[in-house]
Ligand binder design. Structure first.
Ligand SMILES: NC(=O)c1ccc[n+]([C@@H]2O[C@H](COP(=O)([O-])OP(=O)(O)OC[C@H]3O[C@@H](n4cnc5c(N)ncnc54)[C@H](OP(=O)(O)O)[C@@H]3O)[C@@H](O)[C@H]2O)c1
Length: 254
């Protein structure tokens, strides 16, 4: 898919990895819906930065744990923009809890945001992607979806049972939706490794530098590594159902 003139929705795009992906898509000429939940001001700043690249950027808020908010978000995209070509499911939680302390409410919340929201967004996006847009389309596909999982999908992390189960389910959702939405909508998944430190850990800290040493390539990555992978999966119209690690080879260790 040629991204120029297309419209992309990136969830959790106000900050960090989602922002890097939104900027990557905008640099290829796509208009971008900057979804946010709590970070409205950051979303507006990101939208202004993206608009500076000469494309349109629309910040829209929604708490993706709630199906009704997701429906409202897509209704708004349909009414205000009328089309969607690309969806990147990046918004997620990252919660640690000991196995025996995970309540059913906490389990449901993680699953709602990390798995059900990407499913509902993909389902609603598919109907917008299949709607005749009036803009000139090129290429065999009318839509591309990229899910962002992580390495807990491959191997359990102590203290992250519900998180890991959600990210593994997201990998399965990628395969299932690629199968079901073909041939006109492609669905792929990126599995980032150590890209940005979790809240409370500084990018320049000794702790984060040491984190890089646990990666096969001996260093951490950055948001552009993820954005470049997302862009290439969208642009290559013969790739669907692919699971692409962007982890400096970390999955091969341990
Ligand atoms: N950072 C890494 O090194 C790394 C590594 C592997 C995988 N990943 C994956 O890459 C993606 C982005 O990573 P990140 O580190 O940038 O993530 P993050 O900062 O933990 O969160 C991304 C966004 O999710 C949104 N979000 C949280 N709760 C939400 C809710 N209830 N409804 C809607 N949105 C909600 C937040 O939006 P607001 O700020 O607007 O509230 C937040 O900006 C995630 O899927 C993550 O699992 C990241």
């Amino acid at each position: 898919m040629d991204l120029s003139g297309k419209t992309a929705l990136v969830t959790g795009a106000a900050r960090r990895v989602g922002k890097a992906v939104a900027l990557g898509l905008a640099r290829r000429g796509a208009d971008v819906v900057i979804h946010y939940n709590g970070s409205q001001e950051a979303a507006e700043r990101t939208a202004a930065e993206i608009a500076g690249l000469g494309v349109e950027a629309v910040p829209l808020g929604a708490d993706l744990r709630h199906a009704r908010e997701i429906e409202r978000l897509f209704l708004e995209i349909g009414e205000r923009i009328g089309r969607l070509d690309v969806l990147v499911n990046s918004a997620a939680s990252f919660r640690a809890a000991r196995f025996e302390e995970i309540s059913s409410e906490a389990w449901d919340e993680v699953m709602a945001l990390n798995v059900r929201a990407p499913f509902l967004c993909s389902r609603l996006a598919a109907s917008l992607m299949r709607r005749p847009s009036g803009k000139e389309d090129t290429g065999p596909d009318t839509g591309a979806i990229v899910n962002i999982s992580d390495l807990s999908a491959y191997r359990p992390w102590p203290g992250y049972t519900h998180h890991g189960a959600s990210k593994a389910a997201l990998v399965h959702l990628t395969s299932s939706s690629a199968l079901e939405l073909a041939p006109d909508i492609r669905v792929n998944c990126v599995i980032p490794g150590a890209i940005l430190p979790p809240p409370g850990v500084d990018l320049e800290s000794e702790e984060w530098r040491r984190r890089g040493e646990s990666v096969l390539l001996g260093r951490t990555g950055n948001g552009k590594h993820v954005a470049d992978a997302v862009v290439s999966l969208i642009e290559n119209d013969f790739i669907t159902g692919a699971i692409l690690p962007v982890d400096g080879g970390e999955r091969l260790l341990k």
